[in-house]
Design a protein around this ligand. Structure first.
Ligand SMILES: [Zn+2]
Length: 296
């Protein structure tokens, strides 16, 4: 059996997958972020052992988390849960669980889950995108993750899209993430004179309802999506692009997105499918479990 854990800032979710990828059990715990790093590790251990009690036989553990393991130090970087950053999370989990653990960032787990038995299951090369609080990406080739030399393969969210754009937490300005994330879209709406404090889905709904500022904002968002994604198409030329995260619910991305990408692709036509994910919020936790190969 394969246990997958999705460690988020507010909740920690776990599943047990059977041999054919079927979900045998699922539990959700609150993440004790305020209590610090050791409490988060113990919380994961409790969740793993509770899930393990639901199955017979041995099990593997895969963990999905924002951020990535540094190739050089083995510590977690770019995590959105402050107390996790700089910690050797994988090593420490192996210690508390007393077994090997595989750990990957959330966008990679998303891409893997969708490539194995989701929207990209028939594709040789998948580019999986998470557009939510941040923007991430993961690449699979032949249903295996491509990590890259620095373990950053697919991290298109911090390519600079507009050098005079808003500041990004990474220290640069105008990264893809500052425009194509939820806060990026909502912030752009506010900068254009729209109401402050809305979320991205509300801005998209207002555009549909005829709010002219929202319509202009969404149009720019789609143009930026096209320009940013065309860079990936020109370099990787994946067989399919799969969208996840809250913004993947904006239907204009599928209706108008391909034409916007086509403007910037180095080819006379563009017919890469841009698809919505099939696993929804479960992609991360499923991908985490699937970091280990199917036991048969
Ligand atoms: Zn950035």
């Amino acid at each position: 059996m394969r246990i997958g854990i999705d460690l988020g800032g507010t909740k920690t979710e776990g599943v047990v997958l059977g041999p054919d990828g079927e979900e045998l059990a699922r539990r959700r715990y609150r993440t004790p972020s305020a209590q610090g790093y050791e409490a988060i590790l113990q919380n994961i251990a409790s969740l793993v052992f509770e899930l393990a009690d639901t199955v017979t036989g041995d099990f593997t553990v895969g963990v999905c988390t924002p951020g990535a393991l540094s190739q050089s130090s083995g510590t977690l970087k770019n995590s959105n849960t402050g107390c996790m950053t700089g910690k050797p999370v994988q090593q420490d989990l192996e210690r508390v669980l007393d077994r090997p653990v595989r750990l990957e960032n959330d966008a990679n787990c998303f891409a893997l889950a969708e490539a194995l038995d989701g929207a990209g299951q028939d594709a040789e090369c998948v580019f999986g995108i998470i557009m939510g609080t941040g923007v991430g990406g993961g690449i699979t080739i032949g249903q295996r993750l491509l990590s890259g030399r620095h373990h950053i393969a697919g991290e298109w969210g911090h390519n600079i899209l507009e050098s005079d754009g808003p500041p990004c937490y990474c220290g640069r300005k105008g990264c893809v993430e500052t425009f194509l994330s939820g806060p990026g879209l909502a912030g752009d709406y506010a900068r254009r004179g729209g109401e402050d404090g809305l979320d991205a889905i509300e801005v998209a709904a207002r555009a549909t309802a005829g709010d002219p500022v929202a319509a202009t904002t969404l149009d720019s968002f789609l143009t930026r999506f096209g320009r940013a994604l065309a860079v990936i198409i020109n370099v990787l030329d994946p067989d399919v692009v799969i969208l996840g995260g809250g913004l993947s619910n904006i239907d204009r991305l599928y209706l108008d997105g391909p034409a916007r990408v086509a403007r910037h692709v180095f080819n006379e036509d563009f017919h890469t499918p841009i698809l919505q994910n099939q696993h929804g919020d479960s992609a991360g936790v499923r991908g985490a479990a699937q970091l280990w190969p199917d036991p048969d």
